[in-house]
Design a protein around this ligand. Sequence first.
Ligand code: PRX
Length: 584
Amino acid sequence: MSDQVKLIRKDLKKLKPAPNLLDYEKVYKEFTWEKAEEELIDFFDDGKLNISYNCIDRHAKGKNKDKVAFLFEGARGEKETYSFGDLKTLTDKFANVLVNQGVTKGDRVFLFLPSIPERYVAFFGTLKTGAIAGTLFAAFQEIALRDRLADSEAKVVITNAVLYPRIEKIRKDLPHLEKVIIVERGSIEQPRGAGLVFYNKEMEKSSSEFEIVHMDKDEYSYMLYTSGTTGKPKGVMHVHGDVLQAMVTTKYVLDLHEDDIYWCTADLGWVTGVVYAALGPWGLGVTQVLFEGRFSPENWYTVLQNYKVTVWYSAPTAIRLLMGSPVSPKNYDLSSLRFLASVGEPLNPEAIWWALEKFGLPFHDTWWQTEQGAITIPNYAVMDIKPGSMGKPLPGIVAAIIDDEGHELGDEQEGNLALLASSVSSMMKAIWKNEEKYNSYFMGKWYISGDRAMRDKDGYYWFIGRADDVINTSGERVGPFEVESALVEYPDVVEAGVIGKPDMVRGEIIKAFVVVKEGVAQTDELKEKLQQHVKKHLAGHAYPREIEFIDKLPKTRSGKIMRRILKAKELGLPIGDTSTLEDY
Ligand code: PRX
């Protein structure tokens, strides 16, 4: 495949400003994490650090005090601007709010909010106290919330009046949850009840000076739940030292410069939002845009135009939706754009060619995972692009394609995409309370990504697919088990098998095969009810867009659902090895 692709050539002379990474081969050879750390991170005198100090306080204490950190546009069109100085005051205050509520180092503090500035204040304020910040996607419903908040034994949740009822419903199942902080933005009536604390009142009362907690590089900072093939979502643990790779990649890959206006469209509920709409850009002291409004081509082009965005980091599904829309970017003045990047799912070559035609710029695909904590295999401003390829390993990172026994494979051979574990500075440090799961990611010196890929003879990596049943719908990772569990909670359902079905726009959609109780009518109305059930109880984005009733699920003799057989049947592919299959 790699021989036939048409290259997008880069001309260094035409790139303005000159990229931060000028010579990939040279930097790759000379790079060390120690040198990068010396250049980019500020430590306290005792050799410790804090992400929030590096992303906020040091800018507020220096020449960037009045520099704009945030250009916020709310869902109702309200506009607000925050400087690094403002953020320092607010996060200090919020850290005091938490301490006043009894939060101490190591406690889990979860944010369940829409994309509003208070979410960022709460995130960085939490890190200042040494507590562990967890973020939750606002589309989560009670099952998803209960799984995460119960497993993490969260002590505090910060939410708002609209989202709070979902927490209220499950509060009885969360014995560790002591306080719920309600952010009052907008005029909606506020909830009442025991254990509720109101953000505005507490912020007003609390001091704007906080003694930031000094953390070791490998002490926990934030946690995010991710889905695998089996079981409930797992808590991936990151540490304060992980800000280094976030910054290195924001500099070398997203190529942020001091004067950029940067927009990462990812939500703080997912890893891309945490690392690239918070840690990386603010680590470098760059101005970013936060847009709370909904996705629509008009909305997004207007944001790009009005804020004069220069660097834009987005995702394939959104790009494909833009491509398919009758609204042309050519109707907007997008001349400020200079660098585009994408993450989360395979970026199809057509999307890159489309961008080149419409914006005069290609999207740069970047590959990584929640567990890795930052970009590991990307394309670079300075490097020719092979559309369809994820690019080459970041300086500092060693990647390989290995077989199932851990042997390295040569170029042009398909295998497991692996990273030398010790080379990934921001690699997760644990899975919360689940050492066995953590250990299962590693084979000798290798971290196994769960993705299948191949490397061509020029050193470019090409994504082939997942090695397991994990679904990637619109760039969001969904575990089939979670959806199956939600479906079987519906009284008419006996069992369910869930797969990702290829989709032109969303990459994959969730498809469920459902066995219903005897005598239950297999109607479209029931399908609709099942979809609503999953939307309402698990999460708005994780419901099956397609449902098929089936008499029996293919299972191994030990009773495990064989999703690959459901998938092969769905796609009309050979079923493969069925030796472990029970009679079907
Ligand atoms: O399958 C890969 C896909 O998304 C998975 C990681 O999902 P998550 O941990 O939610 O992180 C998403 C954002 C970093 C990977 O195992 N994936 C991510 N980026 C790409 C990708 N697949 C193909 N190309 C990519 N650029």
